[in-house]
Design a protein around this ligand. Sequence first.
Ligand code: GLV
Ligand code: MN
Ligand code: MN
Length: 434
Amino acid sequence: MTPSSLTGETAALRIDIDRLIRRLADLAAIGAIEGTEGCARLALTDEDKEGRDLVVTWMNDLGLDITTDGIGNVVGVMAGKTDGPPVMCGSHIDTVRTGGRYDGNLGVLAGLEIVETLMAAGHVPDRPIAVAFFTDEEGSRFQPDMLGSLVYVGGMPLEEALDIEAIDGARLGDELVRIGYDGPAPLPAAAPHSFVELHVEQGPVLEQEGITIGAVESVQGISWSEVEVVGQSNHAGTTPMHLRKDPGYVATACATFIRELALELGHPQVGTVGRIEFFPNLVNVVPAKATFTVDIRNTDEAILKESERRFAEFLAATAEAEGCTVTTTPLARFEPVIFDADVVDLVANTAAELGHSVKRMPSGAGHDAQMLARLCPTAMVFTNSVDGISHNPAEYTAPDDLEAGTNVMLHTMLTLAKTDFDASDANTSDKGDA
Ligand code: GLV
Ligand code: MN
Ligand code: MN
């Protein structure tokens, strides 16, 4: 690969951490969760619109060329010395309902900080630099997750995505129009030159090992589904146990099974039942219906498939024995993704040249970068999450780590702007379907 940007005229460039922290705080003030540092901006809600408007204002202030596409992804481009596909960074600014201020937001605002640093230094990069925020990465309100970036790379037709129904019943396309982010930019989008995403680790590994930077090599596969179990609602006091058709029992047995399966398969298998609802949800009524979600993940596609099979078998047998019926709806399914080895090397080398300890590691969370990897050479930079906490308002990353991660991004992107890849470098390993 091309010589590092840490030699020559850009070697001394560093980002302004105070400016980055101010922007993180201003964005986190929108949808702020009272009494915490966190925020709630579920995709395409009024709070998401307000957050988007603020980031677009900042993009405008920097003079970026801004486009919005039909799924609401927004891209701001800083011109380079040559035209052509940009070196892109970005992430998402939607959050889970109990979100922290760094998940996603850091990757977007670090991009603006990098652009502002380059502009302040009067440096024009060899290629354009793009900063993107993608719609509904979290998948909390509309499934699947990484939806905007999935449509961006052509992994789902726009029309299908616009028809997705939210957990609150709203239609995605209607919500986009309502908040004014149904833009004209074409989909699927043209391939960027390369893509790098800065993200907080959202796990404990870097902190526990005392390492500053993660050079992310892969993202584990994700399988999400919703299960509805229907039984016979009845009186909790008068119905003998052997005569019950109890969907509440089936659901909770499944939750236990998902956990035991993960423990049996061992790390990195994880399994979560994150949402469970009973109807009518009353103390003295055997439920008529139970609905729950299943999230299972593994870096190994074969083990992920095997755990899906074993869960389906357990669910069917348990429901049948209890006299209940089940309906399973897939919500998201993405195979594990391997990032581009050259870009991973570049991240690791750049971090080392900047004097940081670095670890090559997989990502446990899903990220927009795993979709962009289908289009162009892609990797990610992780920075430390205190106590490994995320999807929680207590999520925290110290300023020194934010600064280290953003400087690694700055110099990784500057080197990429000087790098030629051959056309076969996009990664097609993630063939997952939503
Ligand atoms: C996305 O945040 C995920 O659940 O990994
Ligand atoms: Mn995220
Ligand atoms: Mn998240």
